[in-house]
Each structure stands twice: as structure tokens, then as C-alpha cells.
Design a binder for this molecule. Structure first.
Ligand code: BG6
Length: 483
């Protein structure tokens, strides 16, 4: 099966921070892939804008080097690279001064979509938004794209929302959470709302509990300064994990349109109970063969968590009584992200004690080895009576959909094209982000007030022992972390 390419309208896209790390690693490689796929209209152009005193030619060289580094060899065709680079331009600009703005205004074409990607620190959002207006570069139809972290608590997120709202309507603001651009994450909605099979059972009458795991093997080395100010709660839970939780728990929206979907997600966030200290486990990876977290973070006394496990309750009719366990961490055993929906035991076993205990578990593998497995209970083959065993109904997307889709497109490819299409469904709305912080803030404030120290865990492990206890106490256990 070959992925379908939906054409987009002609555009001028400006990447502020165009020489930065994100632009080089993600934005330009993604644009290149879309170009090769034939999705960039013939006249569409991309501008890098940054302080660097360089011209179009130097900028193209810089991006060619980025493509060499971040686009797999097999996808890099010299002719295509050359043609793509021809679409790139550069404007030297001073975000907080007046330099370069008149030139940018003059280079924008009338009558095409204008999108502005703020790939810069949030402290510059206000200055950029203001100047885009002052120099009449932004039109009522222009879009701006902003990255996480969107604030570090409710107050700063509100301030950022207000800064953007001073110049742009909410319908023009695209807040990226790259998890929403992942194929498998979007598939959660297809699975739930495109099938009749699961939805009738998708509630606390049938579901015992849900586990959401995002496990990474990497540490924070190299970005310790940022991470130590964030921790797993701000870095992963408030945004990516919250989005997974919403998609798994929300009510069916009436339509697959931006506000219908985001209204339902918001209701989930607003129904989350505050957490008690015993429902939270924080961990920090210890030194092993490689430096431990505190060394990576450059603070021998750091109390920032690189692992977190939570027991979450959603107080609504669908989920009351069914906990959602969440865990995420760095330097764990394997890189594996999955959601496991663990169904309740059958109300009565007609097969007697010999049959053993069996449960259906639906596992959705988000990455790697994308796919899903439904554990079903069958009779153990043979003449030995009615003994039961669990077997997997297994589906890997690569097998089911063909090798072309084995390498799912990077989340940024889909998201950037959605910006051009003007589709906000996979972006976070301002009130959604604020609600997520409103739930997160008291949890973090609690640790700070108690001077909570995360539990050390061995690199390459499943996280701290206490995380196992979080489920053991409830007579449950985490699924093994494996790809
Ligand atoms: C980022 C976090 O948003 O997501 C990182 O800042 C994390 O700490 C990353 O490693 C995980 O993304 P992915 O796509 O590799 O699962």
C-alpha cells in the first residue's frame, strides 16, 4: 500500500530559529520528505530566519549538511536535494529589534498561505508576534506554530497564551505536541471510533485498568540543563502522556474536527482527580557503566525525576473505579511505548479451578514494532480436559500494510502539512494546555514543599522498585517493558 499524498495550497513558510537544532534535525528533513513525496506545490518556499549574517547560498549549504546528517542515505537523491534546496531562502532578522523585518515583508508573496514557525525560546514569542503585525507580514489567515515546552506551570502558560492572543486568534495558533503526529497515536482514534468491537467494552464495567508506558533507553546527557529544570512530569507527562491518556479515555466526538476532538480531550483532563503522594513514584537513574542522572544534569544534589509512575483516576461515569497507570522514564530496559487495556476477569468460570485465571489484554504498541495484540483465551489443545491458555491475536502494521509503511513518516511531516492545510485537530488548544498544567501544578508543588527526593534506579532496569509496588498494592503488575 502506498501512502496517499493530499495536495496543499501554495505557501510561504518562515522558520524563525531556522539555523537552530530543531530546524536542522526535524523541520527541514521533514519538509524534504514532503517535497520528495510531491506535496510541496511548485512555487512554495521556505524561509529560514535567524540572527546569522548569511545569505541564501550559505543557508542552503547549512541545510544540505543537515539533510546529510538527518535524512537516511536511501532517501537522499542528489537531484531531489538540489531541487529542494532551491526552494529555501534566508533572511537575517533581529527578533527583538527592527533589522530584517522590512526585507521579510517585501519577500513574502501576496495571495498565498503564510505560516510562521516559532522555533525559538518562548521569551521571543511576544516580540515575533508583535513585529509580524507591525510590519504587516501576518495576515488574518496566517498561522503560527509554537513548540513545547508551552510554559512550565499554569501561570507561565497563561502568560504565553495571552501574549499570542494579543496578535493572533486561537484559530491561527498551532501548538505542537509531536506525539499527536505519530501514526500510531492517531490510530488510537481509528481503533476506538472506527470499529464497533471495542467501544461497548471501553468502560469501567469491563476494563480493570489501563497501563500507559513510554520507556526510553537514552539518558539526558547533552540536554541536562533543560531537563533538570523540567523532569519527567513536565517533559513527558503534562504533554505527550496526557495526550495519550485523553485519546484513550475520551468520549466519541461527534465529528473528527478540531474543536469537537479537543472539547472531548479537555473534558478528560478536567475530570482527573488530584493525586495523593502515595499514587506517585519518582525515580532518578543511578550511575552504572555510564554517568548517573546527577552527573548528566551537572548537579550532584539534583532532585529532578528522570522516571515517574502515577496512578490516575478519572472521575466520570465511564471511568470511575478503573485506574490508569502511567509510567515514563529515561535509561530504562528497552525503548518501548505501549498502551495496555486490561479487561476484567469473566464473571464466573464454568471450567473450574483447573482452568486457571485468564484475562483479555489489548496491547497497542506505539513504538517500535507498531501494531496491536489482543490476548484471547482458548482451550489448550490435546485430550487433557478443559484447560485454558492465552494466545495472541497479533497484528504488526508493517506486515498488514506493506513495507512502504514500515517506516512511518516522521510526526513533523504530518504536522507541518496540517498547518498549511489549516487543520488544528492534532494541535493543542490553549485551554487544553492550561487544564493540563492546572492538574500538574499541585503535584509538582507538593514535591517541592516536601523536598521530595526521587528513588534511585539502575540504568537498564524497569525503574525504581516502588513503581512495582504501586501496582502490587492493588493486586496488579506492570507489563514487561519490551519492544
Ligand atoms: C520530547 C522530550 O518531547 O520527547 C524528550 O523532550 C523525549 O525528553 C522525546 O525523549 C520522546 O519523543 P519520541 O518521539 O522519541 O518518543
Amino acid at each position: 500500500m502506498v501512502a496517499r499524498v493530499i495536495p496543499v495550497e501554495d505557501f510561504d513558510l518562515v522558520i524563525f530559529g531556522g539555523t537552530g537544532d530543531l530546524a536542522r534535525r526535524k523541520i527541514f528533513p521533514s519538509l524534504y520528505h514532503r517535497f520528495v513525496a510531491g506535496q510541496m506545490p511548485p512555487e512554495a518556499r521556505v524561509f529560514g530566519a535567524a540572527r546569522a549574517d548569511i545569505g541564501d547560498a550559505d543557508f542552503r549549504t547549512m541545510i544540505r549538511e543537515a539533510l546529510d546528517e538527518f535524512v537516511p542515505d536511501a532517501d537522499r537523491d542528489p537531484e531531489q536535494v538540489k531541487a529542494f534546496l532551491g526552494r529555501l531562502h534566508f533572511v537575517t532578522i533581529d527578533a527583538t529589534g527592527e533589522n530584517g523585518w522590512a526585507e521579510l515583508a517585501q519577500r513574502m508573496r501576496p495571495g498565498v498561505i503564510r505560516a510562521f514557525y516559532f522555533s525559538v525560546g518562548p521569551s521571543l514569542f511576544g516580540a515575533l508576534a508583535e513585529r509580524l503585525h507591525k510590519h504587516k507580514i501576518a495576515t488574518p489567515d496566517s498561522r503560527i506554530v509554537v513548540e513545547k515546552p508551552f510554559g512550565r506551570d499554569l501561570a507561565s502558560a497563561k502568560a504565553l497564551n495571552a501574549t499570542l492572543a494579543a496578535h493572533f486568534a486561537e484559530s491561527q495558533v498551532y501548538r505542537i505536541d509531536h506525539y499527536l503526529g505519530k501514526e500510531t497515536v492517531q490510530n488510537l482514534m481509528a481503533l476506538r471510533f472506527g470499529n464497533m468491537l471495542f467501544e461497548p467494552l471501553w468502560n469501567s464495567h469491563y476494563v480493570d485498568h489501563i497501563q500507559i508506558t513510554v520507556a526510553e533507553t537514552v539518558g539526558v546527557g547533552g540536554r541536562g540543563a533543560y531537563y533538570d529544570n523540567a523532569g519527567a512530569m513536565r517533559d513527558m507527562v503534562q504533554n505527550h502522556m496526557m495526550q495519550l491518556l485523553c485519546l484513550i479515555a475520551m468520549e466519541p466526538p461527534a465529528r473528527f474536527d478540531p474543536d469537537a476532538v479537543r472539547d472531548e480531550k479537555l473534558k478528560v483532563i478536567r475530570a482527573l482527580d488530584p493525586l495523593e503522594p502515595h499514587e506517585i513514584v519518582r525515580g532518578q537513574y543511578a550511575a552504572g557503566d555510564e554517568p548517573g542522572y546527577r552527573e548528566d544534569a551537572g548537579d550532584p544534589k539534583s532532585r529532578t525525576e528522570s522516571f515517574i509512575a502515577l496512578k490516575i483516576h478519572i472521575s466520570n461515569w465511564r471511568w470511575a473505579g478503573t485506574p490508569i497507570y502511567l509510567r515514563t522514564g529515561k535509561k530504562l530496559k528497552s525503548r518501548a511505548s505501549e498502551i495496555a487495556v486490561v479487561f476484567k476477569d469473566a464473571p464466573h468460570s464454568i471450567f473450574g479451578d483447573d482452568a486457571g485465571q485468564h484475562r483479555n489484554i489489548l496491547t497497542i504498541r506505539l513504538q517500535p514494532n507498531e501494531g496491536m495484540t489482543l490476548g484471547v483465551t482458548i482451550k489448550e489443545p490435546g485430550p487433557g480436559g478443559m484447560r485454558l491458555i492465552d494466545v495472541p491475536l497479533d497484528m504488526t502494521f508493517a506486515d498488514a500494510l506493506g513495507p512502504e509503511l514500515e517506516e512511518a513518516p516522521d510526526a513533523y511531516e504530518r504536522l507541518i502539512m496540517d498547518v498549511i492545510r489549516g487543520n488544528q485537530t492534532l494541535f493543542m488548544r490553549g485551554d487544553e494546555v492550561e487544564a493540563a498544567w492546572a492538574w500538574t501544578d499541585p503535584i509538582i508543588e507538593g514535591w517541592e514543599a516536601r523536598h521530595d527526593v526521587p528513588k534511585p534506579y539502575d540504568p537498564g532496569s524497569n525503574g525504581p522498585e516502588d513503581s512495582m509496588m504501586l501496582l502490587h498494592r492493588d493486586g496488579r503488575r506492570w507489563r514487561e517493558i519490551k519492544p
